[in-house]
Design a protein around this ligand. Structure first.
Ligand code: ADP
Ligand code: MG
Length: 655
């Protein structure tokens, strides 16, 4: 039993478990993923399943062969087929044709990398070089079949049922086509869920029974590679029943021709300008090979700029342009320059958000937006995040990987449908403490276990070494006293601190765990104003059984852990003291009486002895009596008072 965990309904039915899990599938335009939740036990958090090479994403790409007996390649092998003849036989982005007539799809057809033709019933199909017409359902079925295979291998059981996501604007024909694709792949599609709804579910926004039972409104901003969707959803909390909470899509707006690919185009434009200015004679129009190299360089540079404020684009140009030597050309791009070239595109997404908000106006009048969720790889671009935050006036949820959040939410829906109770997927109290790694590898708790959510905690930290310009923040979960015995939720770096002596910077670390269980960690250095904010979801990837085990271990290890934590902190703190005393002795030792000096040297030696033993002996910290170490450090503190005084009066005497 986990103290404070929610009532008797937890850990309830495993209904349907005999038939294998209901997996969640994000059937994407460019990539697809499969995830599972509540499996093998009801309380297990959602996780994405990986293929035999450890990859979560599966390209939604199928490569057919002239030889019809040869099974098509699906996923990575299809996308990476080196055969130059493969392009004409490869179908990608088939989702754009799903359930549509050729007439409807005509506007999209031009942008697709294969020939689109009309099939029976005016349907849009892919035309292969041998005249075969392939329906988008057939292509999707190949991808779903591959995901089924990935899930079965990862879980070791047969998988026959799935929740599959589709864009919120998909009509009945498009949804039916998606179900048909499932059936072709041997999967029963037990429910079709809108992508934004799945994203909200992944954060538990639809699962947490709200105390006031009031409806909540959630905005979802999904910026992928080639499409943008803004949606406004309303969650109506249900009763105590299992599947009673309901999401309703109030409005959607977007652009099926706007995404990260356009960011790449815009950045490639900037690269062309720079290369020409540097004397690289790129002809107009740019030859296809050079264009591909430019786009590839632009995408890597764009991704690097999500992390860094400046990045180098390396454009592999083969052939000599305008006499310039063959090979890679590099262009340095600052983040502001990139932001400048994509500003208009980002603005267009905000315009769509405005439209979605206006369309949902009537229902919004009562309560306004209560949460914003970011989805899609391109939502990682910092200026996109900032602009979305500005528009909605609140920090969006970014804790879950934007590539995976839709699949995770579909898995949550699958778990609910297979009988795992809502309560089993929820945490109303914090089951395990949250903190960060402090000097020497100890766990400094910031929010302690068993508090109810939301919860907040603040701690101050400083640097270990002189002129340290970065600190590492390892966010930890667990009850043990040492970081290595806790679970790391993520490692982040606060960079750009001004050089200061050790112990002088004041780093304030704030933990905010909100009602949905999303932890925002912010770290800021007070003098310089350098700061960082990140989000994580502590409950993800943990089962109730694991929580119980961690708890048991912490009790069993408590005494020993405390001693180690104490010695570790003593080593870190006294090392700073010893360093200072040694330096000051060199300068002002002469001003001290011989007896005082001797006592101080002795105390210093004792403390140094403890440090050396803790660090150098094979038993490590176990070789040290923490109480004796503590007393020695106190004695050193006391005996160094006259040295402090001598140092101060020397400073005052200086001209
Ligand atoms: P889709 O839903 O259209 O299949 P995704 O959600 O997978 O697309 O997003 C793919 C897009 O995200 C690509 O344009 C890719 O370049 C972009 N992307 C991925 N990671 C990052 C990143 N770290 N920074 C900026 N863009 C990124
Ligand atoms: Mg997507």
């Amino acid at each position: 039993m986990i103290p404070g965990s929610s009532s008797g309904q937890a850990g309830g039915g495993t209904g349907g478990a005999g038939r294998g899990p209901i997996v969640g599938i994000d059937l994407g335009t460019t990539y697809s993923l499969v995830a599972v939740a509540g499996w093998p036990q009801p309380g297990v958090a959602p996780r994405v399943l990986e293929d035999e090479s450890g990859r979560a994403l599966c390209p939604s790409v199928v490569r057919y062969f002239q030889d019809r007996a040869r099974p098509p390649l699906v996923g990575w092998p299809a996308r990476e087929d080196p055969d130059p003849a493969s392009a004409a036989w490869t179908v990608a982005s088939a989702k754009r044709l799903m359930g549509r007539s050729l007439r409807d799809a005509r506007s999209d057809a031009g942008a697709l990398p294969f020939v689109v033709a009309e099939g029976p019933g005016q349907t849009a199909r892919a035309l292969l070089p041998d005249g075969r017409l392939v329906s988008p359902q057939e292509v999707a079925a190949r991808v779903l079949g591959r995901l089924k295979e990935i899930a079965e291998r990862a879980l070791g059981v047969g998988v026959e049922r799935a929740v599959v996501t589709v864009p919120a604007y998909f009509d009945d024909a498009q949804r039916q086509a998606t179900r048909d694709a499932g059936a072709l792949a041997g999967l029963e599609v037990v429910r079709i869920v809108a992508e934004p709804t799945a994203a909200a579910l992944a954060y538990g926004l639809g699962l947490r029974a709200q105390a006031d039972r009031a409806p909540r409104t959630v905005a979802v901003y999904d910026l992928g590679g080639g499409t943008f969707d803004a949606s406004v959803l309303r969650l109506t909390p249900g009763g105590a029943g299992e599947d009673a909470d309901a999401y309703q899509v109030l409005s959607t707006a977007g652009d099926t021709r706007l995404g990260g690919d356009d960011f790449d185009q815009a950045l490639a434009g900037l690269l062309i300008e720079r290369l020409r200015a540097a004397g690289v004679g790129l002809p107009e129009p740019i030859p296809p090979g050079a264009r591909r190299a430019l786009l590839r360089a632009a995408e890597s540079c764009k991704i690097a700029l999500s992390e860094h404020t400046v990045a180098i684009a390396t454009v592999g140009l083969s052939g000599s342009y305008g006499g310039a030597p063959e090979g890679a050309r590099t262009v340095a791009v600052r983040r502001e320059e990139f932001e400048g070239v994509i500003a208009g595109l980002v603005e267009r997404t905000l315009g769509s958000c405005g439209r979605a908000l206006r369309d949902a106006r009537r229902e919004l009048a009562e309560q306004g937006i209560s949460a914003v969720v970011l989805v899609g790889g391109s939502s990682r671009v910092p200026v996109v995040r900032a602009r979305v935050e500005g528009l909605f006036g609140m920090r969006p949820y970014t804790a879950l990987d934007p590539d995976r959040v839709v699949a995770l939410g579909a898995a949550v829906q699958g778990a609910v449908l297979s009988g795992a109770t809502r309560a089993a997927l929820l945490l109303d109290v914090i089951p395990l403490s949250l903190g960060i790694e402090s000097a020497g590898g100890a766990m400094a708790k910031i929010i302690t276990r068993n508090q109810s959510v939301p919860a907040r905690g603040v701690e101050m930290f400083s640097t270990q070494a002189d002129n340290q310009t970065a600190v590492t923040i390892n966010v930890l979960q667990g009850e043990r006293e040492m970081a290595r015995d806790c679970r790391s939720l993520g490692v982040f770096h606060l960079r750009g601190l001004p050089a200061m002596p050790a112990g002088i910077p004041q780093v304030r670390v704030t933990f905010d765990l909100d009602a949905n269980g999303v932890l925002s960690v912010s770290a800021g250095e007070l003098r310089s104003g350098v700061s960082l904010e990140v989000q994580v979801v502590p409950s993800h990837g943990l089962t109730r059984q694991e929580v119980a085990r961690i708890e048991r271990e912490s009790v069993a290890m408590a005494r020993q852990d405390m001693a180690e934590h104490r010695v570790t902190d003593l080593v870190a703190n006294s090392r700073l003291d010893v360093g200072w005393v040694r330096r000051q002795l060199g300068r002002h030792g002469g001003a001290l009486a011989a007896g005082v000096l001797r006592d101080l040297e002795d105390a210093l030696g004792t403390v140094e002895g403890f440090i050396a033993t803790a660090e150098g002996s094979p038993e490590g910290w176990r070789a040290v009596d923490p109480e004796a170490f503590y007393r020695a450090k106190l004695a050193l503190d006391k005996l160094s008072v006259p040295l402090h005084e001598a140092a101060i009066s020397a400073t005052l005497r200086e001209p």
